[in-house]
Design a protein around this ligand. Structure first.
Ligand SMILES: Cc1ncc(C[n+]2csc(CCOP(=O)(O)OP(=O)(O)O)c2C)c(N)n1
Ligand SMILES: [Mg+2]
Length: 571
């Protein structure tokens, strides 16, 4: 069928743009409503109806931005973000910064006034080119289409450029002139596209071959992924993997890495450090890298800054391989074994529920043990037990999203090895956008993350659930992201809020020991007493409250729908 005529150059360009993104393997688009962006928005709705794009709509661009970030994190594919002009663009700034620093592919399509209407006080018009500073890898300010026969080809060429080599944020500012869209948009007006498979262009690879050697350790920060574990094993090296690394598993894992690192005969024996991902959760790791005599090799991650504490990193590479050398690997066995055993001993010491008493034949001892167990179940939930319970409840088909709060740090201290997918916005470690990121991860995971699966084939429920572990301030910061418009897909998600009435992470700062306590509370802790149950209910979320340790595990069992689980914590 031949395409119906489209009389607005804006709609012709918007349709050609989105069609080309689809053809090149883009599957997801998030938009917020607006007038100047209507051609893009209406085209997106058409592509969605034709089963060619998954479309999410959010009224708040800040939510939309972090939603796109979550979708892109989970799928590994670039996600499109469509917004109108003015403050709408600025609302994306936090998510743009996080995506840039984490290296998550996000494409901002912002609508703008044409050149003749800029800088003269036109309504909803500011300086959009460059609005995100140097966060985007590349930016374009595209003049308004004028109805030339070449408009569509220009749009397709632009898409090719935008996608080439994408690793972080790309900002395409698109001017549109009136009429801002065609009066008639029928399914026939869609270009004849078939969705392609996303093929990222291979990045230039600087490879380094390593050889097993005692004295080597592998550090896995956020986003490191399973490759860090494989390299540690091949090297016979202890694996110091943060809870958000995606590499916290395997025989070489040193879960209690901070304690072991600072114990005698461990950290001080390290000669070579290989870093994957972006470590942010300990002071010990950057301190070690800055020590004299330590050679550090950083395997670059896609974020905009290479990890380089004290600028002491010896070498940056794109990837490493490990030479096969059974004798050298054998020589490392004692080295890695000592680290792993020391870590196990520490974790066992922390584990208060020693099972020994339950196994004894003495009935008095057994009764006493049962009583202790009962008391433990009635005890208030601690940060450690909360973090561990959430970790233990997660399985490979689930997703875990960790906010920036005390809980991620607590988890990082105690989580045993487990091969699960964990996401955390550690690019800038903001307390913003956590709920939207979690919803994005959940939607991508539950509604067909694989190429070739299209809207309507939702498999929610069969794919596990997403748990978001966050503090009360992080929760309140992003409360607007609890909102789903009518008809929007809703994932299976649990928000587990450790509620200690404010930002208690600041209690751990040196200043807490010296500053006036009331002042500190007023300006750092920032106490709050929001009724989370009412908040959850207002947005149509199920609410659960965990009063004690015994109620924790049942509350975390997988369940359909959107659940807010409030866990009161003591300061
Ligand atoms: C957007 C943003 N604003 C401020 C901060 C500084 N900050 C770091 S943690 C924190 C408090 C977090 O409180 P909560 O989420 O309740 O976690 P808790 O520390 O109580 O565990 C704040 C304000 C930040 N990281 N990001
Ligand atoms: Mg708190």
């Amino acid at each position: 069928m031949s395409p119906a005529p489209l009389d607005s150059p804006a709609s012709i360009t918007a349709t050609a743009l989105l069609g080309e993104f689809v053809r090149r393997g883009v599957t997801d688009l998030v938009l917020s409503p607006g007038s100047r962006s209507q051609a893009l928005a209406l085209a997106a709705a058409q592509f969605e109806r034709a089963g060619l794009l998954r479309l999410r709509v959010r009224i708040d661009e800040r939510s939309a931005g972090f939603l796109a970030l979550g979708l892109a994190r989970e799928t590994g594919r670039p996600v499109l973000l469509v917004v109108t002009s003015g403050t709408a663009v600025a609302e994306l700034h936090p998510a743009v910064l996080e995506a840039a620093h984490s290296g998550v592919p996000v494409i901002v399509l912002s609508a703008d006034r044409p050149a003749e209407l800029r800088g003269i006080g036109s309504n909803q018009t500011t300086v959009q080119p460059g609005i995100f500073g140097d966060a985007p890898e590349k930016s374009w300010d595209v003049p308004a289409p004028v109805g030339d026969p070449g408009d569509e080809q220009s749009a397709r060429d632009l898409v090719a450029e935008v996608l080439t080599g994408i690793r972080g944020v790309r900002h395409v500012n698109l001017a549109f002139r009136e009429p801002l869209s065609s009066p008639l948009s029928s399914p026939q007006s869609l270009p004849d596209v078939s969705p392609g498979e996303w093929r990222p262009a291979p990045a230039p690879v600087e490879l380094l071959e390593l050889r097993p050697e005692p004295g080597t350790i592998v550090i896995a920060g956020t986003g490191a992924g399973a490759v860090a574990e494989a390299v540690a094993r091949a090297l016979g090296a202890p694996l110091l993997a943060e809870a958000s690394s995606g590499a916290r598993f395997g025989p070489n894992l040193v879960a209690a890495y901070r304690e072991v690192m600072t114990a005698g005969n461990f950290g001080d024996r390290v000669e070579r450090v290989v870093v994957f991902g972006h470590p942010t959760l300990s002071r010990e790791v950057p301190a070690l890298i800055q020590r004299d005599g330590v050679e550090t090799i950083v395997v670059r991650h896609p974020g905009r800054d290479d990890y380089n504490p004290g600028r002491r990193v010896t070498r940056f590479v794109d990837a490493v391989t490990v030479a096969e050398d059974p004798a050298a690997l054998d020589a490392s066995r004692g080295w890695v074994g000592r680290w792993v055993q020391a870590s196990r001993a520490i974790l066992e010491e922390w584990d208060d529920a020693a099972p020994g008493a339950a196994l004894t034949d003495d009935y008095r001892e057994r009764a006493a043990f049962a009583l202790t167990q009962l008391e433990a179940l009635r005890a208030p939930v601690t940060r450690r037990s909360l973090a561990l319970a959430v970790w233990n409840a997660s399985w490979p088909h689930d997703r875990l999203v960790l906010a920036s709060s005390r809980l991620i740090r607590e988890l990082d201290r105690v989580a045993p090895g487990k091969k699960i997918t964990v996401h955390a916005n550690r690019g800038l470690a903001g307390i913003d956008g956590t709920i939207a990121t979690g919803v994005g991860v959940a939607l991508a995971q539950q509604y067909g993350g694989a190429p070739g699966e299209w809207p309507g084939e939702a498999t929610a429920g069969a794919r596990g659930i997403t748990r978001v572990l966050l503090g009360d301030l992080a929760m309140l910061h992003d409360a607007g992201s609890l909102s789903f418009g009518a008809g929007e897909e809703r994932p299976n998600i649990q928000l587990i809020v450790g509620n200690d009435g404010g930002g208690t992470i600041f209690d751990g700062l040196e200043v807490a020991a010296t500053a006036d306590a009331a002042m500190l509370d007023r300006v750092l802790l920032t106490p709050q007493r929001v009724d989370l149950q009412s908040l959850a209910t207002a947005y149509g979320w199920e609410y659960r409250r965990v009063a004690n340790r015994g109620e924790l595990d049942p509350a975390l069992s997988p369940s359909p729908g959107q659940v807010l689980i409030e866990v009161p914590l003591q300061r």
